[in-house]
Write a protein that binds this ligand. Structure first.
Ligand SMILES: [Fe+2]
Length: 293
């Protein structure tokens, strides 16, 4: 049986069937899947049954293991982090604001793999906002205005001691390690040309982008207020319903998305049910492997 693709019909997203990810994939299969992924930006593989080694093997077809600050990995598989919420958990929902994973790193992950283990019968969809589409929909003047601007990214709103998952975050079952290191910042262009397809995407999010880098080209002519207004306008623009794909989960589904092209956000609606997924972030092939401690 060959690979079958079911396109979502929304802004992005497709399901891939006809491939057993427990088995080693041929270079031709990997390249076909990579092509489908680059076209649709988010791909789900329903009805898989993967152990940690198999999940890691799939990840390594698409890059190398990424650095994962602030989430503690599994003891025997440090590159796998659990996205967990217990049935009786009352902490705030994790990651329910649009973001691109770890965009505050000097080299953010290109992709994320998320594998569904315990999936509630209702709720818990993941929203993906297609940022290539969001960029395309900007008027010419705004495109021109942001081409040479960079955004300042930081993990501080989430993972600093005073952040959302910091000292005052009580009763969370996920293994989050907040740190002063989250105060660090890194700048990235607001518009990224995809290294493989060349398609331009907006690269900023309310979760991790604190402001416009005053040192970026074209920022000098802008007042702080104008920069703030521009960014808020982009946040509002990029999350519009017309750019969003709603991804529904099932146990055994592996999902992979392109962090350079989409933002994502968690949703709730599954109170009283446990939800558990395993996650691996993927860095570009030319990145050195992070040292696990
Ligand atoms: Fe995320």
């Amino acid at each position: 049986m060959g690979i079958e693709v079911e396109v979502s019909g929304q802004s992005c997203g497709a399901l891939i069937r006809g491939v057993d990810l427990r088995e080693e994939l041929s270079p031709a299969q990997v390249s076909e899947i990579r092509g489908i992924w680059l076209d649709h930006l988010v791909v789900g593989f329903p009805d898989q049954e993967l152990n940690c080694e198999q999940l890691e093997r799939v990840a390594l077809y698409f890059g190398v293991f990424g650095e994962d600050p602030y989430l503690e990995g599994l003891a025997d598989h440090p590159h796998i982090a659990e996205i967990r919420r217990e049935a009786d958990e009352t902490s705030s929902l994790f990651a329910d604001n649009f973001h691109s994973d770890w965009s505050f790193l000097p080299v953010p992950p290109v992709a994320t793999l998320l594998y569904g283990i315990d999936i509630p019968p209702v709720g818990g969809d993941t929203l993906f906002a297609n940022q290539q589409m969001a960029y395309e929909a900007l008027d010419a003047q705004t495109k021109d205005r942001i081409t040479h601007l960079a955004g300042i990214h930081s993990a501080r709103l989430g993972y600093a001691p005073q952040g959302r998952y910091g000292e005052s975050d009580a009763g969370r079952s996920m293994a989050i390690v907040y740190s002063e290191e989250a105060m660090a910042t890194h700048s990235h262009p607001l518009v990224l040309a995809h290294p493989e397809t060349g398609r331009k995407a907006l690269f900023a999010s309310g979760a991790y982008t604190l402001g416009i880098d005053p040192n970026s080209l074209d920022a000098a002519e802008m007042t702080a207020e104008e920069a703030h207004e521009l960014l808020i306008g982009l946040f509002r623009h990029q999350a519009q319903g017309k750019f969003v794909y709603r991804h529904s989960w099932s146990a055994g589904m592996l999902t992979m998305w392109d962090n350079r092209s989409v933002l994502h956000a968690a949703t709730g609606g599954y109170e009283g049910h446990r939800r558990l997924l395993q996650r691996i972030t993927i860095a570009p092939f030319d990145q050195p492997q992070p040292v696990s401690t």
